[in-house]
Design a protein around this ligand. Structure first.
Ligand code: MN
Length: 260
């Protein structure tokens, strides 16, 4: 008997479905978001060796590590933002596990982002994408491809005297994606789901404000979005089960179908 899951396993084994890793490697040098100095800061990744087949542990190698919930490739839960603080099941440990499997649409803004680090995704840009690739299905992730994952750390954060400069969505575009397209969440290759200059938007940080206020999720510091098709991707995004966690580093896997 062929079930959906055995057919899926066969498709994986035969290469009909390919797995693409959208995750950066966690290293002490990977940039974290920099907040104004009077505010609390997100810790970078740190690793301390416990033993490596030596007097501290003759037959085993292991490490302790520390980092912020929002360090490296990571997941944002609704409780991360004040607009989502009262929602049910809003933390990484209480989000229903079926929400960690969802389809994704990838909007290519790589050329626009290369030309302008402050590129902002607008409703007309989304509608032009839909005219080519079809309407964004309900409960899909929308991923913003910028090729930002290819940049070295300094350009990745792109900090100037007036703050960071990196692409992100316009307030009305986020509202449109949540209210008119019922998206599952929003994912970016940059250090946040919002544009570098989004502190000056109305409302400030609109991707966080609207997505989390409506119980939707965020993914940031994604890699390899250039390997994804515009539609037809299935994303696996299970964060660590931290009690009342606002987010978590995670391994993000994209499943895509190869041509038969
Ligand atoms: Mn975050």
């Amino acid at each position: 008997m062929t079930t959906a899951l055995t057919a899926f396993a066969v498709a994986l084994a035969t290469g009909r479905i390919r797995v693409i890793d959208l995750t950066h490697t966690l290293t002490p040098g990977f940039p974290t978001i920099v907040m104004p100095p009077e505010l609390g800061q997100c810790a970078p990744f740190r690793m301390e060796e416990i033993s490596r087949y030596d007097e501290r542990g003759p037959a085993w190698y292991w490490n302790n590590f520390t980092m912020g919930e929002h360090t490296g490739t990571h997941f944002d839960a609704p409780i991360h933002w004040v607009t989502g603080k009262e929602l049910p099941n809003n933390a990484v440990d209480t989000i229903p596990p079926e929400h960690f499997l969802a389809p994704a649409c990838t909007i290519d803004c790589a050329a626009e982002s290369a030309a302008d680090a402050d590129f902002v995704l607008t409703i007309p840009f989304v509608q032009a994408w839909e005219a080519k690739h079809g309407r964004i299905p309900s409960q899909s992730w929308v991923l913003l491809r910028t090729d930002w994952h290819k940049l070295p750390p300094r350009q990745y954060v792109n900090l100037s005297d007036d703050g960071p400069h990196s692409p992100g969505p316009a307030p009305d575009a986020v509202k449109f994606l949540v209210e008119e397209r019922d998206v599952h969440g929003f994912g970016t290759e940059t250090i946040g789901t919002d544009a570098g200059q989004a502190a000056h938007f109305t409302p400030p940080y609109p991707a966080h404000h609207y997505m989390h206020g409506r119980g939707r999720y965020g993914l940031q510091c994604l890699a390899n979005l250039d390997q994804l098709p515009p539609t037809g991707t299935l994303l696996l995004t299970a964060p660590l089960k931290i009690r009342q966690g606002s987010g978590s580093p995670l391994r993000v896997l994209a499943l895509v179908e190869t041509k038969p």
